[in-house]
Design a protein around this ligand. Structure first.
Ligand code: SF4
Length: 756
């Protein structure tokens, strides 16, 4: 805590520690600043050497936090559209406008007429993540959408069925594993996804240095494949067949040995029967991987004393994404590596983890399909409908038609298939509100924009990521800079919107609403202890108060006095303020304690998965398109808004189409050729990059590009707009179990651009 005068603060250098909010790796950063308030500047950003999770690691994106904080394009004042133009207004005027237009619309059209969509950056803002659900609940709409149905719902759904909760996802225990199979993931670039593993490069080096083996399956020779012991191309969309072939081999060769957890497994025989038809020789051609290799991988997995299979985005973004995610954990379980040191293990988060709450070992499990989307009939999954249903829900007349939208840090026009169609639909809405930091391809359609804060202007604790971090830990970030006077934090903005939706009016006091909601929650869950707990929490407000509650009632917490010496926010704050955080140790076996299934078992054979596996078998011999497209992740990008940060935007062109030399030659294309890539009835202009590391018949374009649309205000991004991959993908192509978009393997055609 600084005690310097304002004059001194304006010039003095200070050091802050902040969890990086730019990707799931959540590295600890050391940020040097000079000055305060409006004149405060970031002077340097480096890895925090003593951080208990990342140990000083950072990637090139981290330094762009300075760009983000100082970006002149960042929206800093509420904007209201008047006569076609955004006009700066006060917060009161902005909320009054929301009330004026939203309330009559709800009264006239009903609650389902208002949709709400939340994007990935909110996962890195404690306030936005914890309070979004209050807004969704207040709206009372079925039309809730998020980025989860673009790339991760299959993994959440499969693991939810197996272990009883949506975020109970095992991750490789990488410091101890000896054999790691990575499918459809590129952690050398991402540092993990649904697996928080900063400095994957160093950890992979450690794995190989101790004689371990890293194997990558991917349609592209990725950066991870380049450092692996083995890489095998796989045809996009075929992961389910490879994995089922491996499971088949375990049974056929009597290699099923679940070990310690066997008494806790249900459905082994059902899995055996269901995978009987997936003989490696039968699936090899579809995968593009020889049968002998499929068998060998299964044998190596079974024989390795410590091994794990990990799959991510590529395994999720396909027709059988839930099946692929399910079979990965089936392999871990049957081979004896689930919940074992060096295998696939569960983190034990200090706060907010449902698999640490309530009676251990049993629970209600998960439920899906409580309602369905109006037009396509897509089932609700974890309270959401597929993001790719949003456009048709706006376009299609009838009862329940979406006529208003609230977005929170979401840019689906670029990040979801069918973006141009969605943009047209947004233009026809009766009303739209965006809580966002940019006027981007989506928010340009809003009537009111309520600016989010810079990540450096609010405190933070990772709500979700410790639930799949490579090491158990608790870290807290103080705000680096004070926000501008009157700039509301996202949690208050969301509460105000919730109040309007509930008919309490734009002038409702967010703090009072927050007190009331917490008191009600405590009465429900803590009974007669509620008043004393409320009192104990009273010095804090908003998300920090919820964090204090979660930490103290969490698995390491002090139980509000029941476990003296246990964790409190004050402890985490103190340890984090010194640049380290609280280390809670390596991953520990957690089965059966972490299970929350009704049976108290690991459900190895969810009925819906068995049914869909029959569909996969029926699809095994479908002819392959001549050319398909996949996406890729760049180390200097993650979300579309990062393209507006000069530090990340400079350098070579990043939005290039990778094309195998034979595919390029067949079309008369060379490095740098302009070309037309067509799919789903649309065409985009691309620049070709000939790449021997691509699989023949597979081209690769990063997603989140396609900037420069009229009405956007992202100057740097507009200079190098790139091509919109998602415009070429069919929005109706989904994994029917999870509603997740099929982003990998969409059929495309490619030809040279004829000079005009
Ligand atoms: S990998 Fe880079 S962007 Fe991701 S959290 Fe670490 S420093 Fe930030």
């Amino acid at each position: 805590m600084s005690h310097s005068s304002p004059a001194e603060q304006s010039t003095s250098a200070r050091t802050h520690y902040r969890i990086c909010p730019l990707c799931e790796a959540c590295c600890g950063l050391e940020i040097q600043t000079r000055g305060a308030g409006k004149t405060g500047r970031v002077v340097a950003i480096r890895g925090a050497a003593n951080d208990v999770l990342s140990g000083g690691y950072l990637c090139p994106k981290a330094v762009a936090l300075k760009d983000l904080h100082e970006d002149p394009d960042r929206v800093r004042t509420p904007l209201v559209r008047r006569e076609g133009r955004f006009v700066p207004v006060s917060w009161d005027e902005a909320f009054a406008e929301v009330e004026r237009r939203l309330v009559p619309l709800i009264e006239e059209r009903g609650r389902d007429a208002v949709a709400v969509a939340v994007g990935n950056p909110s996962a890195h803002k404690m306030g936005a993540l914890l309070y979004f659900s209050r807004l969704a609940k207040a709206l009372g709409t079925k039309n809730v959408y998020s980025a989860s149905t673009l790339d991760q719902m299959p993994k959440q759904l499969a693991n939810g069925w197996m272990f009883g909760h949506w975020l109970s996802m095992p991750i490789p225990d990488i410091p101890r594993t000896q054999w790691l199979l990575v499918i459809g993931a590129n952690p050398m670039v991402s540092n993990g996804s649904l697996w928080t593993v900063p400095d994957f490069r160093g950890k992979a080096k450690g794995l190989r240095g101790r004689g371990g083996k890293l194997i990558v399956i991917d349609p592209r020779r990725t950066e991870t494949a380049a450092v692996a012991d083995e890489h095998h191309f796989i045809r996009p969309g075929a992961d389910v067949f490879l994995l089922a072939g491996m499971v088949h081999t375990l049974f056929a060769e009597a290699l099923v040995r679940p070990g310690r957890i066997e008494p806790h497994l249900a459905g082994i025989e059902a899995v055996r029967e269901a995978t009987l038809p997936f003989v490696p020789e039968r699936v090899a051609a579809r995968c593009g991987i020889e049968a002998g290799t499929i068998r060998r991988l299964a044998r190596e997995l079974a024989a390795a004393p410590k091994a794990a299979v990990y799959g991510r985005l590529g395994t999720c973004t396909q027709r059988f994404g839930t099946l692929a995610s399910w079979l990965i954990e089936v392999l871990n379980a049957l081979s004896g590596h689930l919940d074992e040191p060096g295998g696939a293990m569960f983190a034990k988060a200090a706060a907010f983890a449902d698999n640490t709450q309530g009676p251990p070992g049993k629970g209600r499990g998960i439920t899906t399909g409580r309602h369905a989307s109006r037009v396509s009939g897509a089932p609700e999954v974890w309270g959401e409908l597929p993001m790719t249903c949003l456009a048709e829900e706006i376009e299609t007349p009838g009862g329940g038609q979406v006529r208003a939208l609230i977005t929170v840090a979401s840019n689906p026009v670029l990040s979801a298939p069918g973006g141009p169609r969605l943009a047209a639909a947004l233009a026809g809405l009766d009303f739209m509100v965006s809580v966002d930091i940019y006027v981007n391809e989506t928010t340009r359609h809003a009537d009111v924009i309520l600016p989010g804060q810079s990540p450096l202007e609010h405190s933070h604790y990772d709500v979700a990521f410790p639930q799949f971090s490579w090491r158990n830990q608790a870290r807290f970030s103080e705000a680096v800079f004070e926000p501008a006077a009157g700039h509301l934090p996202e949690w208050q903005v969301l509460l105000k919107l919730a109040a309007i939706a509930r008919g309490l009016g734009a002038r409702a006091d967010a703090n009072v609403l927050d007190d009331e909601a917490l008191a009600a929650d405590l009465r429900k869950h803590a009974g007669e202890r509620a008043p004393s707990m409320m009192e104990a929490l009273s010095p804090l407000r908003g998300p920090e108060r919820l964090l204090e509650l979660a930490l103290r009632s969490g698995p390491y917490g002090d139980g509000f006095g029941a476990r003296p010496g246990g964790l409190t926010l004050a402890q985490v704050r103190a340890a984090s303020g010194a640049g380290g955080g609280v280390d809670l140790g390596e991953l520990q076996p957690r089965i059966p304690e972490m299970l929350r299934t009704p049976s108290g078992k690991v459900e190895l054979a969810p009925p819906a998965c068995l049914r869909d596996l029959a569909h996969a078998l029926a699809a095994l011999d479908e002819p392959a398109p001549e050319l398909v497209v996949i996406g890729r992740r760049d180390v200097r990008s993650n979300n579309s808004w990062m393209h507006n940060l000069p530090t990340l935007a400079k350098g070579p062109e990043r939005c290039t189409l990778l094309v195998h030399p034979s595919d390029a030659a067949a079309r008369g294309l060379v490095d740098g050729s302009p070309a037309q890539l067509a799919g789903a009835g649309r065409t985009v202009q691309v620049i070709v990059q000939v790449d021997p590391g691509s699989m023949p018949g597979v081209v690769c374009l990063p997603h989140g590009w396609g900037h420069g649309e009229p009405g956007t205000a992202m100057g740097v991004a507009a200079e190098r707009p790139g091509a919109n991959l998602n415009a070429l993908l069919e929005p109706s192509a989904r994994d029917p179990l999870s509603g997740n978009s099929v982003l990998s393997g969409g059929p495309v055609s490619l030809k040279a651009t004829v000079p005009g």
